[in-house]
Design a protein around this ligand. Sequence first.
Ligand code: AMP
Length: 391
Amino acid sequence: MDKMTVKDIDLKGKRVLMRVDFNVPMEGGKVTDDKRIKAALPTIKYVLEQGASLVLMSHLGRPKGGFDPEFSLKAAAEVLSGHLGIPVQMAPDCVGPEVEKMAKALKPGDVLMLENTRFHPEEEKNDVGLAKKMAVLGDVYVNDAFGSAHRAHSSTEAVAHLLPAVSGFLMEKELEYLGKATSNPEHPYIAILGGAKISDKILVVENLLSKCDRLIIGGGMANTFLVAKGLNMQDSLVEAGSVDTAKAILAKSGSRIILPVDAVIADKFEAEANSKTVEIDKIPAGWRMMDVGPKTLELYKTTLKGAKLIVWNGPVGVFEMPKFAEGTFALAKLLAESGATTVIGGGDSASAVKKAGVAKQMTFVSTGGGASLEFLEGKELPGVAALLNKK
Ligand code: AMP
């Protein structure tokens, strides 16, 4: 069901309470990457242009409860102020009489940033009492925090039932593009899954297999499938407890699953380990699979040829180590050259396309790690479900 957006409601003269994802990396009190702040700018600017005032809320990190300067959103508010070219007021808390006073004094075009919602432990309990205190700060609620939408928290779920609740543009875009992966996808549709563990992604494997034409499985995940096929993966990362599940998946959909045919292997799980490329069934004792090899990349190339839609989540190798990053970067480049609609499902794959220098050539790179994974599992995210449906 399509969700209502900021464009579907009248914002003139309103006070907009907006949940953003300003959970930015910080070092020494400074924001080291403002990508998430930038991602919220289109909605923030739109709301202000409509003649509304804006109250922003977000979580940051995992504070223990109570105010802690290390987890303050003050630095994020300063970065936002720089991008907007107007002052952004900083509230001492996310709720309470003083904050209410500040919110009520806002004029159209003014922006107030609330303090970290997680300074209140009730936030993560989806506490309605806390949500009520948040709701008095606005006339309408906008959720543009896709990266937090898989969590039912006071600021993402409970509060959305207390005010007219709509999505922002970032949220809308995430739902549109990730939605292409899970409902009415274009065909040929090739899905690619990598990453460390199959147990984290079993539901994604099953959901994507019910939608896509072919599923490429790489990374650590592939090892468990290869063991299920009877191969000896030696010291590779294998989840023994998931071999039977992998067997069942292969029995049902094996002909549509593409597994590595060769591998870059290492004698240690270390960046400076000795490495070599071997056929997938010839890994010597004491060695482990670290990346896919050139023959596998050729196979990826032919598999992706002519695809209309490619969805990718998870690296196909230990791409944090330069010696074992080639496969993941080469795959990113294949996507860039594919001519298909390319949707990157957040987290490590988002950082891989960036490191490979092809992020701009992707149709869409999700900002949500856990949220995009749960979306790809086919789950309705609580922060999305709580928003008003389009008529
Ligand atoms: P995930 O969070 O499940 O997407 O997993 C990402 C992690 O998978 C990255 O840190 C990679 O280093 C790791 N990974 C990818 N390929 C392998 C592999 N062959 N063996 C072990 N870890 C891997």
